[in-house]
Design a binder for this molecule. Sequence first.
Ligand code: CA
Length: 476
Amino acid sequence: MDDYARFVLDRAKGGSAPGQLRGNKAKRSKKAAQIMLDETHAAGRTSWVVSANGHAAFPIQNLPFGIFSTQGGPARGGVAIGDSILDIGAALDAGLFSGLSRDAAEAASGRTLNPLLEAGAAARVALRRRIGEILDANGDGASAIRTLARRLIHDAAHCTLHLPARIGDFTDFFAGIHHARTAGTINRPDNPLMPNYKYVPVAYHSRASSVLVSGGTVRRPNGQRKPPEQAGPDFGPSRNLDYELELGAWIGPGNALGSPIPISEASRHIAGFCLLNDWSARDIQAWESQPLGPFLSKSLSTFVSPWIVTPEALEPFRMAQPPRPDGDPAPLPHLNDGADQANGCFDIAMDVLLQTPKMREAGAAPHVLSRANASMLYWTVAQMVAHHTSNGCNLQPGDLFGSGTVSGTEPGSEGCLLEMTRGGRDPVVLPGGETRTYLMDGDTVIFRGTARRDGFAMIGFGECRGSVTGAIALAG
Ligand code: CA
């Protein structure tokens, strides 16, 4: 019996939630028992879109939402299925939805997915379940639906992907404790973590207008640089351009100004996840950040992977938040919820790959620089939501969170070059002999995210990819 079958059986007996299947010791609670698997997670389910079967990222068990366009066509909602995209509006026009799934399909067929994010979990779940039926190789009416394939299905290689939502606000957290500690050590060897770190999910308001979808170029920014040995700053191209490996979260319904979201309800406001590259100019950051934090060193651009991977798709990969080390304080009550501690963490492997122009010319594959996991974050995303709204601040559908750089403690699990090169002191040696302290023009950075667990189909996020291009030449 596989894990899925065992869970369904356990659930029928009033049994445990999937986090507890992993053998963790988290206490049971009513809310934890609400974590549900359903037919959309069954490992044996296959699609008549044959490229989906065994697909490393987008099997029928994933069904992430995004915005795509075909040549000459409008941007519109779609679902990734294998190497293809299901056109939600075309399926709607074909009469394949009814009831709540029809309302949700309408919300998901326009130029942005904000209406779907706003509609909340019930609508999203109904849409996911119906799309699963539509794409199921053995679903009711599969042969009739298949005859519509030419209208419903597009080859992803011939489509353009867009930002999935209009982003009102982008908040970047700092929840990667190993990153915070290592980055802190570089500047404050004796006191790497600030005293607030284990109480406050630290964050800053970043820039929404410069968030771009994966696949483009990031221009090396000009800015004020002041190396320690230099008496004053000068203005020019950043010499220390870096990436930051982050988990992104898309906000769902949100809250009215003045009405905090309690931690017990916070997960209902998380509509999905992506990979996020928070491009960072370290030299500009070091000079500008005192006392109000990063500004132009971060707003140069942020890239996200195009598909919104839903909490439902990630349900089998939930886990208990790893226990805090002995001596760490418990989260304050407004950030501490039994169900969130038992199931609010995700087991998502996150990889960073680098391809230099030389590697590209030689036909060499991108090189894996590091591997980390979303479970290394010190705070859950629900804790970020509860903290963000605890003063009454309102979140809106389509707001974007970055987790902060995800890093582990082992060499090879650093989520940025600042950590990997110890602040630029120890260059990384690449296969072929090239070295890097920070990114060079022409370098391509690729993030990949995958979730796997015995008894379930592996799912992935697709790529978050971007290439560095040279700075704008300065006048004079
Ligand atoms: Ca960041």
